[in-house]
Design a protein. Structure first.
Length: 364
């Protein structure tokens, strides 16, 4: 609202500058003889006088002309100072608003990180290390907490929106409709999986195409989150349990996984496109190609399976939450009867045929 007032005020001041310019040129061409009788010359002299540049190529000789010059200088300096100050104020206010997370994001094809936990720094570092990606943090943290993160990155690639990430208004400020991905973090201090489910519904309502990756504390809520049409569900407890037991039963496996997921490790897992000439060939052929030509180890393949409907997850005797989710989907005006499912095949048989649309998983 304040910036809108300033913009209107700026328009009025600029209009005043234009009026002063033309009016001054008309008056000086009337009261001054000689070169001032040419209206183009009068316009030139007036703008030079207003800006106090004073080239000296033209100067009034009459008392009236000199008095007019003083008036034009006074109005010109005042109005230009107001214009400069107002423009500076608009940009300063916008910068302050952005710092407080109260602005509006114009990013496109960006990634939303909704929520906050102790791993957010590592998460951002891994995302930015993988590729150039624009990120918007959406949470209710203090400015100091968020600015401690933002100060480590280019402000052209990471922004902050303050607010409840379950609300459409907050997500609209983050331009969720143009985002490619959304990561919803769980908060170890305040377990609220229902909020994560509601956020997923809100995101899918605003943008059905957005890929939502959500963290949960309670594995029993996974089914509910799938009903909300989430794309990927992660639970801390399942991974922690696996790693804890692996350190006892298979310590080499645990250390290998820790090495691969370490953000500073030289070796890590990547996905690669499969060249067309390998369509119809065996996995062994593909493995040899990556090993001999790319010096990478192919550990498996992946592909997206289409037409997986939400009805697969809904029970016949739908609960109140089932009905609530279905109602939200209907209200959004979108159909979620179909979605893509990512299938991963690790260490397939060497004679497995590579099909069109598959990608390769490799270890660098």
């Amino acid at each position: 609202m304040l910036n809108k007032f300033k913009r209107n005020y700026l328009f009025i001041v600029i209009f005043g500058l234009i009026i002063t310019w033309f009016l001054g040129a008309i008056i000086i061409s009337t009261i001054e003889p000689g070169s001032f009788s040419n209206f183009k010359n009068s316009l030139w002299w007036t703008i030079v006088t207003m800006t106090t540049v004073g080239y000296g190529d033209m100067a009034p000789t009459t008392t009236g002309g000199r008095a007019l010059a003083v008036i034009i200088m006074f109005f010109g300096i005042s109005l230009i100072a107001i214009v400069t100050g107002t423009i500076s104020s608009i940009f300063t206010t916008r910068k302050i608003m952005e710092g407080k997370g109260l602005g509006k994001i114009t990013f496109e094809n960006h990634t939303l990180i909704c929520g906050w936990n102790n791993n957010i720094s590592n998460l951002i570092e891994l995302l930015t290390k993988a590729k150039t990606i624009k990120i918007v943090l959406v949470n209710n943290q203090t400015e100091d907490d968020v600015n401690n993160i933002l100060s480590n990155y280019d402000s052209n690639y990471i922004k902050f929106i303050k607010g409840d990430f379950t609300l459409d208004s907050t997500l609209n400020n983050a331009n969720a409709s143009e985002a490619n991905h959304a990561i919803i973090l769980n908060d170890e201090k305040m377990i609220n999986d229902e909020k994560i489910i509601l956020a997923t519904l809100s995101l899918k309502k605003i943008s059905p195409k957005i890929k939502v990756v959500a963290q949960l504390n309670d594995q029993d809520k996974i089914a509910f989150l799938k009903r909300a049409n989430v794309d990927v569900v992660l639970t801390n407890h399942s991974f922690e349990s696996f790693m804890t037991t692996s350190h006892i039963t298979n310590p080499s496996v645990a250390h290998a996984i820790e090495h691969i997921i370490d953000k500073d490790a030289i070796s890590n897992i990547k996905n690669r496109s499969i060249p067309d000439e390998f369509i119809g060939k065996t996995f062994l052929d593909l493995f040899n190609y990556f090993y001999n030509e790319k010096h990478e180890i192919c550990i498996g393949t992946f592909y997206e399976e289409e037409n997986i409907g939400i009805s697969e997850f809904l029970s016949s005797d739908a609960s109140a939450l089932d009905k609530f989710i279905e109602k939200k989907l209907e209200d959004s005006g979108h159909s979620f009867e179909e979605k893509n499912k990512l299938n991963v095949d690790i260490n397939p048989n060497k004679d497995t045929i590579i099909n069109k649309g598959q990608g390769a998983l490799i270890v660098q």
